[in-house]
Ligand binder design. Sequence first.
Ligand SMILES: *Cc1c(COP(=O)(O)O)cnc(C)c1O
Length: 413
Amino acid sequence: MVGHTELPSQNGGSTPQDRRFGTLAVHAGSPHDPTTGAVIAPISLSTTFAQTSVGNPVGLYEYTRSSNPNRDNFEQAIAALEHAKYALAFSSGSATTAVVLQSLAAGSHVVSVSDVYGGTHRYFTKVASAHGVHVTFSPCIEVDVEQLIRPNETKLVWIETPSNPTLGLVDIEKVAAVAHRHGILVVVDNTFMSPYVQNPLDHGADIVVHSVTKYINGHSDVLMGVAAFNSDSLKERLTFLQNAIGAVPSPFDCWLAHRGLKTLHLRAREATTNATAVAKALEASPHVISVNYPGIDSHPHRAIALKQHRQGMGGGMLSFRIRGGQNGAHLFCKYTKVFTLAESLGGVESLCEVPSSMTHAGIPKDQREAAGVFDDLVRMSCGVEDAEDLTADVLQALDMAVAASKQAENGTA
Ligand SMILES: *Cc1c(COP(=O)(O)O)cnc(C)c1O
């Protein structure tokens, strides 16, 4: 990308490309201000940039929708962390999805995993179809993808791994091998793992997308999205659409998300430690039917996690089925004191929710249950509090919820 100075302090002997995740997170896209020496970039709120003569801007910038210093810095940092040549930021994860789908010609066909984020499902079925782009969903894409490809029509395969809220994993390499044989691009929504735990481009994906709102920003105070990729032709097409559609983030949001990104490695490691402790405590509890967490050996796709995730890490998300049905799940979320009952994920604070009643309420019950989203399923996003406090909170809420739901059952019997 144009206009960026090299990473500061080159005296370590390693080239910037060789640097490890934490070093890149802190330094990539973070040049010192060449005029003031400011270590942290100022926020460039100006929407327009002066020109000395017609067509000759003073610097690199003309108008903030087309490009902006804070957005450039953030995009450069994401490209480094996702092992991509390019990254483009958007006003939300949903806008990122929309722009990728808008890049397809009318009449294009997409094969997608069925367990996509609810908003992605809504865009695929209610918006893309209005533009003549049709999506086929597959519950087991590794097995089905070859059969679902329509010659000359299928242009994209869409993967989300882990899935939400059951944390099923997809083998990206396996699906990409089939897609590439047919000249089809593979997109991976990497929101749940973040670039620290998983780098889909290294496993054959062509585009990786994120809701920056979640782990990348990490502090539940910015709505934003990003796409990263290597192809020059994708760069040309998606940059054109980024500017033409104009679903771009503000300089302030880019600056905040970039600040959040600098500690992603610390937060993702801590969230994994905490989720692992919580998952183990849940598994040992008599009040729990089953636990979905890709970081522990009971997970049916553990082998994919070991191959695809950094050190087999499971990330900060998990879900479990509580005894006591839907009421048990609702009560559990009411009785937690450290976990806040709220939608969303990936922030420093721990959250819990009941997908069947909240994030996934729009899906018909039979379809939901076929995907493992039962009424008694609780989804948790583990933050960076202390593991002992989180497990203690979960155990006390389990006791309270199961006792209260038993009482309620007896009362109505
Ligand atoms: C939240 C989310 C999105 C949508 O992102 P927004 O920033 O809310 O528009 C897309 N995919 C996944 C997996 C998400 O969790």
